[in-house]
Design a protein. Structure first.
Length: 313
C-alpha cells in the first residue's frame, strides 16, 4: 500500500526549516491515514467481506478524487489517461496486494502487519534492477539480507507457526513493490490525480464482482464512521505521502514513515489488547536498518537523470 518522488516536477522550497515542517506535517497525515485505514478494516470485517469493504473504499475514492480535481486548476483534465494498459496492469496487481494486506489486518496483530509490510522497499530495490535498469549496489544487497533477517525475527519460523495471514502480508509487500515500479513509469505521463482516479475506477468493478448485493444493508449503524474512514484514508494516505516527497528527499521522509510500527503497535495495544511483542519491534528495527543503509548510500551516489521516469505508488 506505498507513493514516491515527484520532486523533479516541483521546485524545492529554499528554506530548510519550512521544508522540514512541511514534511513532518504531510507525514503526520500519512501516518494517521494508515492507522485509520487499519482500524476501519478491523471494524468493517465484523460484518463485511474483504472485497465488500474494498468496494466501499473504491467507490468513495472515485467520488473524492473527482470532487477534489474539480476545484483545482485544470479540473477534470487532471484525470486524463494516457497509458491505459499500464494503468490496468498496475491497478490489477495493487488490487491483489491490497486484498492480501486487508486479509492480514483482520487476523494478525497490527504491529506485525506493518513490520512485514516494510519489506516492500527491499523488494523494490531488487525489482528496480531488471525493470528500471538500476544497479544492484552493495547497500541494496545488504538491505535485502537485513530484510530477510528481520522477517525471520518477526515470524520466528519453527517457534511460531507460519500461517497464511503472514504469507499474505509478505505477498502484499511484494505486490506493492511491483505497483511502485509501474507507478514510477506512469508518473512520466500521468498526474497524481489520474493515477488515484483510475486506480479506484479499475478496482471498483473487480471488488463489486466478488461482493454480495446486500452488503450495504449489512452495515451496522456504528460502522458508518469506519466506512467513511476507509474511503477517506484510501485517498489521503496517497496524497499526503506524495506531498511529503515533494517537499523532502527520501532520507527526510522515510524516517517519519518508520514511526508507523510503534504507532500502530500502540493502537493495537490500546484498542484491541494486542501484546507489545519485543520480537516484532526487533525485527522491524533490523528491516529499517537495511532500508536506512540503502537510502544513505543512494543519496551519496552521483545524480543521474531518471530517463523519463519519476514518482511512485
Amino acid at each position: 500500500m506505498n507513493a514516491n518522488d515527484h520532486s523533479r516536477e516541483t521546485p524545492r522550497p529554499a528554506h530548510n526549516g519550512r521544508r522540514t515542517f512541511l514534511v513532518a506535517a504531510w507525514m503526520t497525515g500519512t501516518l494517521l491515514s494508515f492507522c485509520v485505514s487499519a482500524i476501519s478494516v478491523r471494524a468493517l470485517s465484523r460484518t463485511l467481506g474483504i472485497f465488500e469493504f474494498l468496494s466501499l473504499r473504491s467507490l468513495i475514492g472515485v467520488g473524492l478524487v473527482v470532487a477534489i480535481a474539480m476545484y483545482l486548476p485544470g479540473g477534470l483534465r487532471r484525470l486524463t489517461i494516457r497509458r491505459p494498459r499500464l494503468q490496468l496492469v498496475r491497478n490489477s496487481i495493487h488490487w491483489v496486494g491490497q486484498a492480501a494486506w486487508a486479509y492480514g489486518v483482520t487476523l494478525l496483530p497490527l504491529a506485525m502487519v506493518f513490520s512485514l509490510e516494510f519489506t516492500a522497499p527491499i523488494w523494490l530495490a531488487v525489482l528496480a534492477v531488471p525493470f528500471l535498469g538500476e544497479r544492484l549496489t552493495t547497500a541494496r544487497i545488504g538491505a535485502v539480507v537485513l530484510g530477510i533477517a528481520g522477517i525471520l525475527i518477526v515470524l520466528r519460523p519453527g517457534f511460531v507457526p507460519l500461517g497464511l495471514p503472514s504469507i499474505a502480508v509478505l505477498f502484499s509487500a511484494f505486490a506493492f513493490a511491483i505497483t511502485a515500479i509501474c507507478t514510477k513509469r506512469l508518473t512520466a505521463t500521468e498526474g497524481t490525480f489520474a493515477i488515484l482516479f483510475w486506480m479506484n475506477v479499475i478496482q471498483l468493478p473487480l471488488n463489486l464482482a466478488l461482493s454480495s448485493p446486500d452488503m450495504i444493508f449489512r452495515i451496522e449503524p456504528g460502522q458508518w464512521l469506519a466506512v467513511i474512514g476507509i474511503g477517506v484514508s484510501g485517498v489521503s494516505s496517497h496524497l499526503c505521502l506524495i506531498q511529503a516527497y515533494r517537499h523532502g528527499d527520501a532520507t527526510a521522509v522515510v524516517p517519519f514513515d518508520f514511526l508507523r510500527v510503534p504507532l500502530i503497535a500502540l493502537v493495537g495495544w490500546q484498542f484491541y489488547g494486542e501484546a507489545l511483542d519485543v520480537y516484532v519491534f526487533l525485527g522491524a528495527i533490523v528491516v529499517i536498518a537495511g532500508i536506512t543503509w540503502m537510502l544513505i548510500s543512494e543519496t551519496r551516489r552521483p545524480y543521474r537523470p531518471p530517463g523519463g521516469t519519476s514518482g511512485s505508488p
